[in-house]
Design a protein around this ligand. Sequence first.
Ligand code: RB5
Length: 144
Amino acid sequence: MIAIGSDHGGFELKEHIKKYLTEKGIEIKDFGTHSEQSVDYPDCARPVCEAVLKEECERGILICGTGIGISMAANKFKGIRAALCTNVFSAKMAKEHNNANIICLGGRVTGRELAFMIVDAFMDAEFQGGRHAERIKKIHEIEA
Ligand code: RB5
């Protein structure tokens, strides 16, 4: 199960990604928002982060206008490693090296087709562990 959420700036792209992944047979839990009415991105980040932290969902996707605000908010949750990605290589590395558990996108930045490729790269990648695990441990030491 994949958690997805957005604010109004990411709503349209969220709907497209939801449809794209659903058609691929991937189960999606949509935490909103459900319209283009203005909402605050930290409120939208929260339920997705909580679902990932509770392991109700394996990975999360968060979208705001730029992807910046929602990634900042998500990274305040202990245990969340949210990566704002605007290209396929970063999305792959975000999982392989950084073990990102949430990918963030900018609905006003990244076009739909590129966003699909970015999401695919993130979903298909696996964490490589080893030296990368040591580095993530250091992130969590800072967090503590
Ligand atoms: C909302 O207008 C916009 O500020 C938000 O979607 C996001 O881009 C913030 O980082």
